[in-house]
Design a protein around this ligand. Sequence first.
Ligand SMILES: Nc1ncnc2c1ncn2[C@@H]1O[C@H](COP(=O)(O)OP(=O)(O)O)[C@@H](O)[C@H]1O
Ligand SMILES: [Mg+2]
Length: 196
Amino acid sequence: MRWLARQPPGLEEAKRSIERAVEGALRGGDIIRGLQGLTKKQTSRKEPLDINGAVQEVVVLTHGEAVKHGVSMSTRLEPSLPRVQGDRLQLQQVILNLIVNAIQAMSGIDVGCRELQISTENASGEGVRISVRDTGSGLSPETLLRVFEPFYTTRADGMGMGLAICRSIIEAHGGRLWATGCEPNGALFQFMIPAG
Ligand SMILES: Nc1ncnc2c1ncn2[C@@H]1O[C@H](COP(=O)(O)OP(=O)(O)O)[C@@H](O)[C@H]1O
Ligand SMILES: [Mg+2]
């Protein structure tokens, strides 16, 4: 508006400013749509699914990223788990988020010590439990209390929405997602999905 108020008006500069504002608005719109896409309840998409298969696909997908960050990734998947009712893509989104967070949490420690383990098990009667354990920076008492809060982040370029979205996805599946510290170091994120 200041460019336009000049005598003579700075039309070129005003045009550039408006272009930047439009770009910013479009980028904001993309981010909001992305978040809505992640949080929208897609109850109709639930199907009986094989959790181990879903986990394995995400592990294959993230393997390159892990190698790039010097992380050795391993899995311990319990065979013949009961099927769970779920949205495959949403659950894979949760696993992906936990893996990415774990890789990021290990960026500050010795390369030889960066270990990521993903496991599944039959939690007798209760359902299927998926665990993502890392040997990273671990969770301070404050972080432990706040990790699932929307917009809570300790990373300079973080948005703090990842775990909040993960929790809402798991709760929409009738399950729960929680975090604990790990001995002697690192963090453990686990979620449980009821079977059947
Ligand atoms: N595996 C982990 N180890 C240590 N801290 C973690 C881990 N996962 C998440 N956190 C902490 O929780 C915060 C929130 O995570 P998240 O909701 O995914 O948002 P973001 O990754 O954008 O920061 C992170 O900034 C970090 O402090
Ligand atoms: Mg994250």
